[in-house]
Design a protein around this ligand. Structure first.
Ligand code: KG4
Ligand code: ZN
Length: 339
């Protein structure tokens, strides 16, 4: 018999609910939060208040869109962490109430592992083949940048991580310096499509192993702009597209350099991309070229599964359900959560 899982995501500034029947996605409703835009970043207290307002209507819409009644749901999967504690608490508390009322299990999900699990979702937009184990995933989001060896649906090993800023943070912070709205990643992407990626060059880190660092790039970008603005106060306006393209190329080069090395060292040539930054068109193109060059089998998620969504929580919940990995009802969310 088919299993129906309701997934709940509330780790940052998107309230999302999704329903999945086995691996097939029936709905994935996402309510963003515009309230943070004017502050240039996510304000945790405002995020948790917005989640409180959104969670019930979002779950309602997800059930309606899926054509499923709450009594048919077998279990609820929710993001336990990592994320903003006040935001995570809303999803966790909702899940506790919902599952207690229906007498069904709750299933904790690690948000970062869930980003990777999008590769197992089947839906009207994705019937692509799933990666076989082990595969190597470049996980690039607003808060994290990691190289992960995925051994099975639950066993994942981080072999490289950022020692400071995440790739998404580098996009967002540099975008802010260019006067672009938050989150800046998609704006840089759009501008970069019209610019010359070789026009300017910025510092790249020299780190051993598979770890990343992006804070040096941000500083190099800041000093570069400061110096040029002294000579020409209109420098940014005049060169916005070339600045965006050169910045984006630097970030992509840094990301792919370590990925290439990790693939070589581990011998794994099934490569997957995941997380919000995997929406970046330059990164998607560059990793495609890299795959052709090195004979990788590449898995790139559909755009709608790149940034935060509950479909990824629901699919993770489905596999945990099959493995009998349920959570007890005294579970607490974790701002920091490892795997
Ligand atoms: O995975 P995600 O939705 O949230 C976290 O778990 O952090 O990632 C959000 C990040 C933000 O930094 C955003 O700027 C970045 O993903 N992002 C992009 C693009 N779309 C989203 N960065 C570059 N290009 C994009 N097209
Ligand atoms: Zn995320």
């Amino acid at each position: 018999m088919a299993t129906l899982i309701l997934g709940i995501e509330s780790s940052c500034d998107d309230t999302s609910a999704a329903v999945i029947r086995d691996r097939f996605l029936l709905s994935n409703v996402i309510a963003g939060q515009d309230v943070h835009r004017k502050y240039g970043g996510v304000v945790p207290e405002l995020a948790s208040r917005a989640h409180q307002q959104n969670i019930v209507p979002v779950v309602d819409s997800a059930l309606k869109e899926a054509g499923v009644s709450r009594n048919e749901i077998d279990a609820v999967a929710f993001t336990r962490g990592p994320g903003l504690l006040g935001s995570l608490l809303v999803g966790t508390s909702f899940t506790k109430g919902f599952t207690a009322a229906l007498g069904i299990p709750m299933i904790e999900v690690n948000h970062l592992q869930a980003h990777i699990m999008v590769h197992f979702i089947q839906s009207e937009i994705s019937q692509a083949p799933t990666p076989r184990f082990p595969f190597l995933c470049l996980l690039v989001s607003g808060g994290h940048t990691q190289l992960v060896v995925v051994r099975d649906h639950h066993t994942m090993e981080i072999i490289g991580r950022t020692i400071d800023d995440a790739a998404g943070e580098a996009f967002d912070k540099c975008a802010k310096l260019l006067g672009l709205p938050y989150p800046g990643g998609p704006h840089v992407d759009r501008l970069a499509q019209e610019g010359d990626p070789l026009r300017f060059s910025f510092n790249k880190p020299r780190l051993e192993g598979f770890d990343y660092s992006f804070s040096g790039l941000k500083t190099s970008f800041l000093y570069f702009l400061r110096d040029r603005l002294k000579e020409d106060p209109e420098f940014i306006e005049r060169n916005r597209t070339d600045l965006a393209a050169s910045l984006q190329k630097t970030i992509i080069d840094i990301l792919l350099n370590k990925l290439r090395r990790a693939s070589k060292k581990t011998g794994i040539r099934q490569i997957a991309l995941a997380g919000g930054v995997s929406a970046n068109s330059g990164l998607r193109k560059a990793i495609g070229e890299e795959s052709l060059k090195y004979g990788w089998e590449l898995f790139v998620p559909p755009l709608s599964f790149t940034t935060d969504n509950a479909a990824m929580i629901a699919i993770s919940g489905y596999y945990r359900y099959l493995g009998g990995l349920f959570s007890s009802d005294d579970i607490a969310p974790l701002a920091r959560m490892y795997f």
